[in-house]
Design a binder for this molecule. Sequence first.
Ligand code: HEM
Length: 420
Amino acid sequence: MTRQDHEAFGRQDGVDVAIPATLPKLRGLDHTLPMLRQGYDFIRTHCDALGVDGFRIRLLGKDAVCLRGPEAAQLLYGADGLTRKGAMPATVLRLLQDKGSVQQMEGAEHRRRKALFIRLLMGEGRVDALVRGFEAAWRSQIRPGLNITVMELANNALARAACHWVGLYPSEGRLARLTRILFDMSDRSGHFGPGTLKTLWQRRGVERWIANEIRAGKAPERSPLTILANEMPPDVAAVEALNLLRPIVAVGRYIAFAAKALHEHPIWCGLFNSGNADYIPDFCEEVRRTSPFFPFTAAMTEREVTWQGATIPAGTRVIFDIHGTHHDPRFFPQPDRFRPERMLDWTLDDPAFAPQGAGDVATTHRCPGEAATLALMSSAVRMLCCEMRYDVPEQDLSVAMNRIPAQPASGVRIRVHSID
Ligand code: HEM
């Protein structure tokens, strides 16, 4: 890297901005394609090669900085002067959170909407009710001779449970289509192509259906759908209802990674099966640390901000490397080893462990669904280890690190022998 590289000037919307010399700049005109090609390992590979925790790139034709480590998490989940608006490419935004959603708000408006999500997802009995529905829907599928992938088993159960928990009661045919669409919304978020456009179009159809259900007023009084509908117009409530349904189905991906980990480390299943189910959450937290799910999160600087003494100018996209931080030996010794004994715990609020964001859930963009995610994963692990006997036939369990979001290639196929 030359001194010129360090002192290069970037251009933001026609204004020249000096980017501080302390953050090195990667060679090349634009790094969008290399980032997509390298996927989860892009930021950490370059950080390691440069011996830094942050560097500058050009992404989608604009200046961006890539950062890793707990201080980077604290910047994205705690510092003033950042916004999620404009941080994600339009297709990713539209497939995941969408315009008008809590994730696109800041300040007082964000805190008000976020309080609603916290009430719906962390209020007394809410997660328990969701888990009960999930377990019933999972058990109803299990029978001796069943040959299915854990991903499909979990997605079916999660979609049914999520709809009923939210206050929607689709016909069996609609539920089957909805399950696929909800899965595709996350699954296609890292791709651009005809499949993405199709899912975007299908998403609009689902939003219209939910808005019509709201207008028909059929949802139970205390259901999340009614609570959302009492606070906002039906089309916005439909967007936010999808921000409950879609991520609940996305937990199926973590459940598939958990099933892969159970297969590769059978000692844990034996332990859970012999009266030590209390360790299941530790196991699931280690699955969340090791599994490639959200590779990064992103924000835009609304004004100049400082990170480790370096100034990041207004209008810069800031990308926090979740996966690289989780695999950094400074924060997780022997990071490639699967070790539930680390006893990670999202409630302890360690900014190095940020699979669903970090910081104060009420005032930052940290995910309000962590309690639900962990409870659903723990329930699935318990049912896999303690309620059924199955084998895992020969299959491809490899994980392509350049496919976002990643998954075990086969989806983790199992053959059920008996029910305990
Ligand atoms: C499948 C596991 C999940 C993963 C990997 C995940 C990941 C994340 C991440 C990384 C963020 C932060 C985005 C940002 O910083 O801009 C986030 C925010 C969010 N998540 Fe999750 N999440 C999951 C499950 C859930 C669940 C189960 C729900 C609800 C049922 C949920 C609802 C939300 C919402 C509404 C936000 C936006 C919060 C805000 O902007 O204040 N997520 N999630």
